[in-house]
Write a new protein. Structure first.
Length: 340
């Protein structure tokens, strides 16, 4: 359902801040794992309230946004072959609004209607078992029902409209970040100030770690055979997301196919970019922008990140196949800390 986790959270475990001891909550959801650490919380906030806030958000997100549950709202929306307006929940509407903003800003490099193309190239749950490459005719047929501009936000503020009946939504590239944001918002409402929330590799942190300093999260090196930190960022009130091609790929007839599908062409990207990490105040936006920049590649992606003022790190495979070359924006450099 989700791309492999592309970060390493370094949680401090030293002397704790005053008040109740840190609370750690782990589990499985949305086809992946989640981990929440609350370093401290007000005495008036019961530990059960923290667990309930997490459970309520995850239940809501799965109920509204899971494409794996045929009873979910998004599955019912996809099955509804109409071009009439369809009333949707505030959650699904909010995700579409975020997705559309990123789609417009990136010229369609991020697109929540691209799911059928992802399936055709063998990276979805319902993808064909045979290791085949879809032909031009099949790609053209699928593209007739793909495109963020074919989904309209109705003026009433709570409805969506397909302009083609076959359009499908797949928000797996943004839903984990959205869930992280909702949990953070619930914590803020409870008065919980020191926490780190991670779900499927999307991380958002606020306040101080158990050691009393800002949370530090390591982005991993884009290597398929091992996991080691590559860059360290300090988070307080912001989120980080990484998109990469180094674990999720296929090889067909000697051709390496990236799982990153360019919605504009209908085919996997072919550039040398290994991963992109984005820091943003919102985990949902960080998630979407990391995907979009990965689609755009090192040159166009870096140029766009600079124009938008995004905090972004690009790691590119060297031409000789050995090692990496990196580029980063000034906004990312301000958050970066030495690895030690």
């Amino acid at each position: 359902m989700l791309r492999p986790t592309a970060f390493l959270a370094l949680l401090a475990v030293g002397a704790c801040s005053p008040g109740p001891s840190p609370q750690q909550v782990n589990g499985h959801t949305m086809g992946t794992t989640y981990s929440v650490t609350v370093a401290s919380h007000p005495q008036a906030v019961r530990r059960e309230a923290i667990q309930s806030a997490i459970d309520e958000v995850l239940d809501e997100v799965n109920r509204n946004l899971s494409t794996y549950d045929p009873r979910s709202e998004i599955s019912r929306f996809n099955a509804n072959a109409t071009t009439d307006p369809i009333a949707v929940s505030p959650g699904l509407h909010a995700v579409v609004v975020i997705a559309r903003e990123v789609s417009v800003a990136t010229g369609g490099a991020f697109d929540i209607t691209v799911g059928p193309l992802v399936q055709a190239w063998g990276f979805g749950v319902e993808s064909p078992a045979a290791q085949v490459i879809p032909g031009t005719d099949e790609i053209d047929r699928l593209r007739a029902n793909v495109g963020f501009a074919r989904l309209e936000l109705v003026a009433d503020g709570h409805s969506l409209r397909k302009t083609v009946p076959g359009l499908q939504l797949d928000v797996n590239g943004i839903a984990p970040g959205y869930a992280v944001d909702l949990i953070a918002e619930r914590f803020d409402a409870l008065g919980v100030e020191d926490y780190l929330v991670e779900l499927g590799g999307e991380v958002r942190a606020h306040g101080r770690s158990p050691r009393g300093r800002p949370w530090r999260v390591a982005v991993e090196a884009p290597m398929s055979g091992e996991r080691r930190p590559y860059a360290l960022v300090e988070l307080d009130g912001v989120a980080v997301s990484t998109s990469g091609d180094y674990r999720d790929f296929r090889e067909v007839n000697g051709r390496r196919l990236s799982h990153t599908i360019d919605p504009r062409t209908g085919a996997p990207v072919t550039h040398a970019l290994a991963s992109v990490s984005v820091v943003h105040w919102s985990a949902a936006f960080a998630d979407a922008y990391a995907t979009a920049l990965m689609v755009l590649g090192p040159e166009a992606g870096m140029a766009l990140a600079g124009r938008l003022g995004l905090a972004a790190l690009f790691i590119e495979h060297n031409a000789n196949g050995s090692g990496f070359t990196e580029r980063s924006t000034p906004a990312f450099d301000r958050l970066r800390r030495p690895l030690r």
